[in-house]
Structures are given as structure tokens and as C-alpha cells.
Design a protein. Structure first.
Length: 256
């Protein structure tokens, strides 16, 4: 939190380094199932298309997409347990308009995550239809043509899959800022120490034009909430963001 308030930046981590170990891979699995189920014929070309899509599972490992996560709920027990240490957690509230502006400026997209598997399969099913419609228009259906089609479809999938989350995470009611493909040489791209491995991340400035970007805080379960709130007020005076007040967690969690 102190880093965000001091710099006016939020960090978007590389998607392969998030808590959900099935990020992307689960969605690719659903997509492959849909592609096979909607296969239009038994020709060698359509089989080649399926094989190319199957091989694409190895492509996303090096995909340089970064994600910054938000939640609709600011006082969730599981979140305090996961992210606050020694009852010193804070949740930062920003206006969606400010996040939308930052997303547009940095070529990110702000969107709500989908947890319902029926909805997820319907979305991916439409992508499968697109695949086979474009396949039908391929004239030669040779390796070059099919590989180009595969690459285009993988790119489409990578714009959608970061928003399709495993149902086990549904209580988080997550929204995400999701990047396009980030250049490793970008001046905003860096790497930080993680609990297990170093984590690449992208710095997103919230107010590069030095205007007032307002935020509130929810003070997590704490034996000294008033002191914690005052600390946020003081920290905000050293950075470009404008603090407009605090809420206090109603979760009866304590460290003993």
C-alpha cells in the first residue's frame, strides 16, 4: 500500500504468477474440448487444425500478459486471511472511471470475471464457431494457412481467458485489469521478489497528469483501526493520490 500511495502506480503481475494455478490452462482445456466437439468434418485438414490447436497449449507459457485484480467486496474474511499479515491489511477503493482511464492509456482492459461454467463454455463455444467458420473459408487448407488461423484464434483466446475464473474463487467477485501482449523491453516492465519465485510485473500510473485521483481505504481487522487510518492519511500526503476517508472492517478476525 505504501508503494502505491507514494508512486501513484498499481502493479499488474504476469498472469502465470497469480494464485490460481489453473490460469489460462483450464480455459485452453475447455476450448480444445469445444473445438473437437464442433469439428465440421473428418477430413485430414480438420484433424490438422485440431492438432495445431492442441499444440497451442505450449504457447501460453511464455505469454507476456499482466493482470491487476480488484474485488467488488471490500471486507471479505478469506481475503484478509490470504493477504493481510499480522492484522495489518488495507483495501484500497478507486473510482471505476479512473481505472478505465488508466486501462485505456496503457492498453489494458477492465472487465468483470466470469465464474459460471455454463457461461464460460458458451463464450468459448462462440470462439469455436469462429474457428470453423474461418476454416471453411480457407482455400488451400495447407500448413501455412492453418497455422496462421491457429495463431489468430490463440490471440483471441488470450484476450478472453484471463476473465474466465475457476468457480472456486467466485466469492472474490473479481474484476481485472488485463494487458495486451507486453514488450519485455518496456520501461514500465520490471520484476519483484515473490514468496517463491521472482515475479514480472507492469507499472500502471493512475495519474500521470497530476490531477486528483481519489481513493478510500477499508482498514482490515486490527487492534488499532484509528491509528491505522491515520497512517493512511499521513502516507497519502507524500504521494500524488488523494485520500478521502476510511471504512473499518466488520470482520471479527484477530491475531493471538
Amino acid at each position: 500500500m505504501i508503494g502505491i500511495l507514494g508512486s501513484g502506480e498499481i502493479w499488474a503481475s504476469k498472469i502465470q504468477c497469480l494464485n490460481d494455478s489453473s490460469e489460462l490452462s483450464r480455459g485452453f482445456g475447455i476450448a480444445l474440448e469445444a473445438f473437437r466437439h464442433t469439428r465440421p468434418d473428418d477430413s485430414g485438414a480438420s484433424q490438422k487444425m485440431i492438432e495445431l490447436m492442441d499444440q497451442s497449449q505450449g504457447m501460453y507459457g511464455g505469454t507476456n500478459i499482466c493482470v491487476c485484480s480488484w474485488s467488488e467486496t471490500s471486507d471479505l474474511l478469506s481475503q484478509w486471511r490470504a493477504y493481510s499479515k499480522n492484522s495489518q491489511g488495507y483495501a484500497l477503493h478507486f473510482r471505476s472511471a479512473d481505472l478505465q482511464e488508466a486501462a485505456k492509456r496503457e492498453n489494458f482492459r477492465l472487465g468483470k470475471c466470469i465464474y459460471n461454467e455454463v457461461e464460460q463454455r458458451a463464450i468459448i463455444g462462440e470462439i469455436a464457431k469462429t474457428l470453423w467458420m474461418r476454416y471453411a473459408k480457407c482455400r488451400e487448407k495447407d500448413d501455412l494457412e492453418l497455422t496462421t488461423l491457429r495463431n489468430d484464434l490463440v490471440f483471441i483466446l488470450l484476450t478472453i481467458l484471463p476473465f474466465l475464473k475457476h468457480p472456486a474463487f467466485s466469492e472474490e467477485r473479481e474484476w481485472r485489469l488485463v494487458s495486451g501482449m507486453i514488450d519485455y523491453t518496456s520501461a514500465r516492465y520490471s520484476i519483484r521478489t515473490g514468496p517463491v519465485v521472482p515475479i514480472p510485473y507492469y507499472r500502471i500510473p493512475l495519474n500521470p497528469h497530476k490531477r486528483n485521483v481519489e481513493f478510500r481505504t477499508t482498514i482490515g481487522p486490527s487492534p488499532h483501526p484509528d491509528i491505522a487510518s491515520d497512517a493512511v492519511n499521513i502516507a497519502s500526503k507524500f504521494g500524488p493520490l488523494k485520500w478521502i476517508g476510511s471504512y473499518f472492517s466488520q470482520t471479527p478476525l484477530r491475531t493471538i
